[in-house]
Design a protein. Structure first.
Length: 392
């Protein structure tokens, strides 16, 4: 059931105060008056506040009167938002107290906060979505877009993400919580379920896109022998020999230098935009020439090597912005940005440079997000990417 289109209205603010209550107060001061008919809030906190997330949520619920909230924690957060004085800036906060909040006004009935659970069925364990009002909302609405947060401790999360997307025919965007401690999520209350977030129906105008942080350095090849996460041969040759050939003589002399620089890429089947998944190269076995990676693979699977590259990442982020600009029918009202922990300061440099690229494009448009342990776009879990979603 669709409703009449209306432009959502948003306000966003951030604080780096080490006291969670003061941080919340500064954020509300920075926002000033809330949007008219505000009804949904987004909360992202650095993991310094992981144990305080329930208190933060209760405080914001009490002060704003809003019942619907979503969010999670990250080792870093990012925002284009107001400080306590109402002055806008782009900010990335890592390894320190940090809190950013965005509050929006959406037409009634156009969204639904949810969390995931598991149900025992005749065919086995099945992923289900739960939460007050979820079942009736899904009966009346198509979940056109799903904003999700996930707990990376669940080994089958990629399968759960693809199942959720396929089961509800929903386009998913989001990220996995990142923390050196607890990994709480918010779905109107604090939860540690595998997935949580908010569904939007198709009356909410939104657009999304993905930017890569790595660039291919080799042609597409074929895995010819593998077992679980270990690749033995590529194109019929020892995988290590192929790796050395593709990364070049200089890097091959000292393979200890490729950690965090060279990665494995997998083309996304059916993609019309040369999309690919990036996975870590965990270890090398010189005795048999095999490679151990963070993904289960099989013979017959296409593969290539890629590198994390500052220049390529900046270029691709600008490519994403050009693409979104061409697709937007009017200026955006607000945004959500989920970027990888391997991007941000690590890839773009200090002084909030990644978020400032977005600020240069969108000015004082409210935007919040966090640095994730994996990013979600459509029905897949990515790495070293940035996922941008705009409401317009």
């Amino acid at each position: 059931m669709n409703t009449v289109r209306a432009d959502p209205r948003f306000k966003a603010a951030f604080s780096s105060s080490p006291d969670w209550a003061k941080a919340c107060a500064e954020i509300l001061n920075g926002m000033g008056d809330l949007p008219a008919q505000a009804n949904l809030g987004f909360i992202y906190a650095t993991d310094v506040f992981a144990d305080d997330l329930s208190s933060i949520l209760t405080f914001l619920k009490t002060k704003t009167g809003l019942e619907n909230w979503t969010g999670t924690v990250g080792i870093g957060i990012g925002a284009n938002a107001a400080n306590q004085l109402g002055r806008f800036s782009a900010v990335e906060l890592y390894d320190e107290p940090g809190l950013c909040v965005m509050i929006g006004s959406f037409p009634s009935g156009t969204f639904q906060v949810f969390e995931s659970g598991q149900a025992e069925m005749d065919e086995g364990i099945k992923l289900v979505v739960t939460g007050e009002g979820v079942e009736s909302w899904l009966e009346q609405n198509s979940a056109y877009l799903g904003l999700i947060h996930g707990d990376p401790r669940h080994y089958d999360l990629p399968l759960q993400i693809s199942s959720l997307s396929a089961g509800l025919e929903t386009y998913l965007v989001g990220g996995l919580a990142s923390s050196r401690g607890e990994l709480p999520q918010i779905a109107n209350h604090v939860t540690d379920c595998p997935l949580s977030g908010v569904f939007f129906n198709d009356s909410i105008p939104a657009i999304t896109g993905l930017t890569q942080g790595c660039t291919p350095i080799s042609p597409k090849r074929m895995i010819t022998s593998a077992d679980e996460q270990k690749i033995y041969t590529i194109d019929g040759r020892p995988a290590l020999d192929v790796l050395k050939e593709d990364i070049g003589e200089l890097l091959s002399r000292d393979l200890s230098k490729i950690g965090g620089y060279i990665f494995v890429g997998f083309p996304v089947e059916g993609s019309d935009s040369d999309d690919y998944l990036v996975r870590n190269l965990m270890s090398i076995d010189t005795s048999d020439g095999s490679l151990n990676i963070t993904e289960e693979v099989m013979a017959g699977q296409p593969i290539f090597f890629c590198r994390r590259d500052n220049e390529a990442a900046r270029k691709d982020l600008n490519r994403l912005l050009d693409d979104i600009r061409a697709r937007l029918p009017r200026p955006p009202k607000a945004g959500l940005y989920y970027s990888c922990l391997g991007r941000g300061q690590v890839l773009f440099g200090p002084n909030s440079e990644e978020l400032n690229v977005l600020r240069q494009e969108f000015g004082d448009m409210p935007l919040v997000g966090f640095y994730a342990n994996g990013e979600v776009s459509h029905d897949r879990l990515y790495g070293y990417t940035g996922v941008l979603t705009l409401f317009y």
